[in-house]
Design a protein around this ligand. Structure first.
Ligand SMILES: CC(C)(COP(=O)(O)OP(=O)(O)OC[C@H]1O[C@@H](n2cnc3c(N)ncnc32)[C@H](O)[C@@H]1OP(=O)(O)O)[C@@H](O)C(=O)NCCC(=O)NCCS
Length: 187
């Protein structure tokens, strides 16, 4: 477990997951605000103004010191300053659970980066936060994201029908969950 005042960081074979900085805001606005990405993110607008992304960075960096969770920039090891996505865990400390969230800029899709990054973040969450459960929710039709969660060993736990409104239409939400014991087994 990291010391309370240590900054969060995780390395994988090809990626670094590091703390967000103000300088990441343009890459977040451009990457997450891309309609091909934003259509699958419940709360992200498209276009996504840089000023809004900057506020989002500030709020997510504060999560760490407030023990509310962690949001990490995803970057390739050889270009650690160049954010290609983010991965996060939003904690519910009383229930020892957290919600996993992630996105990658469109040019970075299809290389297994999301699976690699999320595997590291899930591992970090179970160890650092002492979580019992990590869960995720996917807008129906987001096949790539469902596949990422399947590869992590997450279990599909059900569907909330017509649960959200996005881009003027209603969508089902697919729920996934992973318990610590199951994670130990899949690892
Ligand atoms: C979901 C997302 C993060 C996946 O990123 P990625 O790095 O391309 O994912 P990975 O390469 O690790 O894995 C994707 C898997 O989905 C599969 N896949 C991708 N598109 C697919 C499709 N249309 N149909 C079926 N499978 C598909 C890939 O083949 C791969 O599986 P495989 O390893 O068995 O071949 C990325 O597409 C994204 O940012 N989407 C928009 C935002 C989003 O959906 N965030 C998650 C919200 S719940």
């Amino acid at each position: 477990m990291l010391a309370r005042d240590a900054r969060p960081a995780v390395a994988t074979e090809r990626l670094v997951l590091r703390e967000l900085t103000d300088d990441d805001a343009p890459a977040i606005a451009g990457g997450a605000g891309d309609p091909r990405v934003a259509r699958f993110l419940v709360q992200v607008p498209s276009p996504y103004p840089v000023a809004l992304a900057r506020r989002w960075v500030g709020a997510r960096v504060a999560w760490w010191s407030q023990q509310r969770g962690v949001t990490l920039a995803i970057a390739r090891r050889d270009t650690p300053a160049a954010l290609v996505g983010t991965a996060s865990l939003r904690r519910n400390p009383n229930s020892r659970r957290a919600e996993l969230g992630y996105w990658l800029a469109w040019p970075a899709w299809g290389h297994g980066y999301a699976t690699e990054a999320c595997r590291a973040v899930v591992d970090f969450g179970f160890h650092h936060f002492g979580l019992v459960r990590i869960h995720a929710q996917v807008i129906a039709g987001n096949t790539a994201s469902c596949r990422v969660l399947d590869k992590l060993g997450m279990v599909c736990e059900g569907v909330l029908r017509s649960h959200i409104r996005k881009d003027g239409a209603r969508h089902d939400l697919i729920l996934y969950g992973l318990l610590h014991d199951e994670w130990r087994r899949v690892r």
